[in-house]
Design a protein around this ligand. Structure first.
Ligand code: FES
Length: 168
């Protein structure tokens, strides 16, 4: 995988805060191998920026003594990590089998129409992003979506409208 280039503005804008670096270093101490701290450290960085900027990934790679590509590999495997900025409300709709059977396609189409964006996009005001993700582990209450860290289950178009209203 080729890495994105780093420009100077991004370098300073996305430098990991000192206290977060401190927490990451503490994490590395609690594992026999430094790179075992990778996923919790990525969560800390995402908590700070809302996504994983290239500069922060390189900085983390340096702390963990791994190639940045390793971190990119993990970040691109797990849908919980964002490799580009997302809106204030990141709506992740499950597209796996149970949810598909129970109407996930309608939920996604309804959201796209309502927010005027397609999956993978963010509204111009940076308020909403929509993503399609694999199983969210709540197949019995399909169709399911997550908005930031909160689950919404047994979705219908009407329920989606009510949920979005609460986010205004
Ligand atoms: S298939 Fe959607 S939560 Fe499992």
């Amino acid at each position: 995988m080729s890495l994105p280039s780093v420009n100077k503005t991004e370098s300073s804008e996305y430098k990991i805060k000192k206290n977060v670096v401190g927490k990451i270093r503490e994490l590395t101490e609690s594992f026999p191998e430094k790179n075992s701290a990778m996923i919790p450290a990525m969560h800390l960085i995402q908590d700070e920026f809302g996504w994983l900027p290239d500069q922060a990934i390189r900085e983390l790679a340096d702390i963990l003594k791994v190639a940045p590509n390793k971190i990119y590999g993990v970040a691109s495997f797990y849908s919980m990590f964002n490799l580009k900025p997302v809106g204030k409300y990141h709506i992740q709709v499950c597209r796996n089998v149970s949810c598909q059977l129970m109407g996930a396609k309608n939920v996604i189409e309804h959201l796209s129409k309502k927010l005027n964006i397609q999956p993978g996009e963010t509204t111009e005001d940076n308020k909403y992003s929509i993503s399609q993700v694999e199983c969210l582990g709540s197949c019995g209450t399909a169709p399911v979506m997550m908005i930031n860290d909160k689950y919404y289950e047994n979705l219908t178009e009407q329920k989606v409208d009510e949920i979005i209203k609460t986010l205004q």
